[in-house]
Write a protein that binds this ligand. Structure first.
Ligand SMILES: [Zn+2]
Length: 153
């Protein structure tokens, strides 16, 4: 994976409004708040270090490779399924109402791996190596949560 930044800003991702968000929302860590605020604007971001070129997710505010302060930069919102599971049992609301659902590890085209749900498909249609496209589900006025759909092939 040798993708380097070209300086070209990716387009904004689709934002879906959830009028009945009952899942937990992220905490109040300032780095997380900024990350999810950008999601609410349709932008998925990772941290990229201008000093050493390393990329990472989640936002930490310090480069894990060299210790410099990384920049939060937009990414395309496209990736590949690294691994996944189909959750079929949960007694915990509101997740019990979502069953079955897919929880996946997605390798972004820009490098970092992140976890998220793959939605809007038969869970058994998900495969390791499948291409996925991010979208944003608005959880509150301020933040949105990045989710994934199988990409059109
Ligand atoms: Zn660095």
């Amino acid at each position: 994976m040798s993708t380097s930044g070209t300086g070209q800003a990716p387009g904004l991702l689709e934002i879906v409004d959830d009028t009945d968000w009952t899942r937990p929302t992220p905490g109040t860590d300032p780095l997380a708040v900024e990350y999810f605020r950008r999601c609410a604007e349709g932008t998925l971001s990772i941290e990229r270090c201008a000093d050493c070129g390393s990329s990472q997710h989640y936002p930490r505010g310090i480069c894990m490779a060299c210790g410099a302060v990384p920049d939060l930069v937009p990414v395309a919102g496209t990736g590949t399924v690294y691994s996944f599971t189909i959750v079929r049992q949960s007694g915990t609301p509101p997740f019990a109402d979502m069953l079955p659902y897919v929880l996946a590890l997605v390798d972004l085209d820009e490098g970092p791996r992140l976890m998220g749900n793959i939605t809007d498909c038969d869970p058994t249609a998900v495969t390791v190596g499948a291409r996925v496209q991010a979208y944003m589900l608005r959880a509150t006025q301020e933040i949105a949560i990045p989710l994934w759909r199988l990409a059109e092939s």
